[in-house]
Design a protein around this ligand. Structure first.
Ligand code: SF4
Length: 445
């Protein structure tokens, strides 16, 4: 038995089947029903049974075979040292637009890890290229229904995709998508658009090709390539300007009209950045057909504005006094200022200053709030009148922690700027609530 497939128990839930069987942290599980467990999906698939045989190696080296009778979907109460029960798969590409290749040195090691793992796509929504997947890996996705799965497409033209991903295996994409389509796996796709490379007629071809996989291909997002100031020695790509952004939007809107008429769904969606770059208003909510790729910045601004206005409309204005400051990247700052103006009309003694932070860490062309660092915030807000609270959007923080990208913590910011900080969740209601400081009376109450 390969040690790779020995999964060490980290915790046994009190009162669980595993505790009854005297399993303890440190014991290792390697087979269920005499089948080797590759990862968490094998494990979960196989323990869903009324009779289960668990092969275990105890910490002292003893081998146990446990026969268990249970309800079909009853859990054994075990959590393992690795949530995935396997190492994360890394990518085998060298994409010309890769953001990780454009990171400065000296960041924490995990920032440089290039994952390309279908299991993380299912669990966390990561986009994967499929270039490191064999037929048996696609079969597993279908067998375990790891859906929806998010796929980084860039282009459906084999040669162009191989060039962009710098990987000779990248040209098999259409066959792989067909296999997933035949297996009825729901997919979403992303196209990172690079000027004069996969835009124009290439984008038309990609949209047309991908639309053949509807309805299992549920949506396609188009986002512009991000540029940091650390591109020395990397493939030369020109950034898009505002005229380019307007042209991309015209192209996408044309496809949306066509597909909406044919299939009742727009299918292709432009990232918020395109609208802001082109100086155009973001579309109404209905144009996002349910916000299928919100996490990818598709429709985030529209949703935030609608939620904010709805939350504001639901409360009675009053004369409370409050002064807060809000941190924002350049991209969203004008929209947030507009919303604040509306709030200040209803609450005349509330002042909320929006501070647009320039991203000096990655370079000024990075304008999203989620990539701001603590160092830039401290440097640019030092000595400013920030009022009684500094509001920090949650998307600047490492998931579940109070730490920013450069390892500066919320507490470091509070200390350096001498102001308590509140974290704003990614929704408009919370922004209203955090600005006002306490819940306001609901209308009619
Ligand atoms: S797939 Fe491409 S963009 Fe993603 S991490 Fe790998 S090299 Fe970078």
């Amino acid at each position: 038995m390969s040690k790779k497939y020995l999964h060490i128990i980290r915790e046994v839930a009190p009162g669980s089947i595993a505790q009854e069987l005297e399993l303890v942290p440190g014991d290792g599980v390697y087979m269920v029903n005499h089948q080797v467990i590759e990862d968490v999906f094998d494990y979960q698939y196989l323990i869903n049974d009324e009779e289960v045989v668990l092969s275990v190696i105890k910490e002292n080296g003893e081998e146990w075979e446990l026969e268990i009778e249970k309800d079909f979907d009853e859990d054994l109460g075990i959590s393992f040292e690795s949530n995935l029960m396997d190492n994360y798969k890394s990518c085998s590409n060298k994409c010309i637009f890769c953001f990780i290749d454009q990171l400065p040195s000296g960041m924490r090691d995990t920032m440089y890890f290039k994952d390309d793992d279908s299991r993380l796509s299912f669990l966390q929504g990561n986009y994967i290229t499929l270039t490191n997947m064999k037929d048996k890996d696609l079969e597993r996705i279908i067998k375990y229904k790891l859906a929806p799965i998010n796929i980084s497409v860039q282009s459906t033209e084999p040669e162009l995709r191989c060039m962009m991903l710098h990987n000779r295996f990248a040209g098999k994409l259409m066959d792989q998508l067909k296999r997933l389509y035949d297996g009825r796996i729901e997919m979403n796709a992303q196209i990172v658009l690079c000027k004069n490379i996969n835009d124009g007629v290439h984008l038309d071809r990609s949209i047309e090709d991908l639309s053949r996989f509807m309805p299992y291909m549920e949506s396609v997002s188009v986002v512009p390539m991000g540029f940091t100031k650390y591109r020395d020695g990397l493939y030369h790509v020109e950034p898009f300007n505002c005229e380019d952004a307007a042209a991309v939007l015209t192209q996408i809107h044309h496809w949306q009209e066509k597909l909406l008429e044919e299939y009742g769904n727009r299918f292709i969606y432009a990232g918020d950045e395109w609208y802001i770059m082109a100086g155009m208003e973001v579309p109404e909510a209905e144009a996002y057909d349910g916000f299928g790729q919100l996490e990818n910045g598709i429709g985030m601004m529209r949703l935030l504005m609608d939620e904010f206005r709805e939350a504001l409309a639901a409360v009675d204005g009053d004369d409370r006094c409050r002064h807060v400051s809000i941190v924002s990247g350049k991209l969203a700052s004008d929209h947030i200022r507009q919303l604040i103006k509306e709030l200040e009309e209803k609450f005349p003694n509330v002042r909320a200053d929006v501070f647009c932070i320039t991203n000096k860490f990655f370079g000024e062309s990075i304008t999203v709030t989620g990539l701001l660092t603590g160092g830039d915030i401290i440097e640019q807000l030092k000595g400013k009148d920030l009022g009684e609270r500094l509001l920090l959007p949650v998307n600047m923080l490492r998931s579940g922690e109070r730490v920013l990208l450069d390892d500066i913590t919320v507490e470091d910011i509070e200390k350096a700027l001498q102001v308590p900080a509140d974290i704003i969740k990614s929704n408009g209601d919370d922004l209203v609530l955090k600005i006002l400081g306490k819940a306001s009376g609901r209308k009619g109450e």
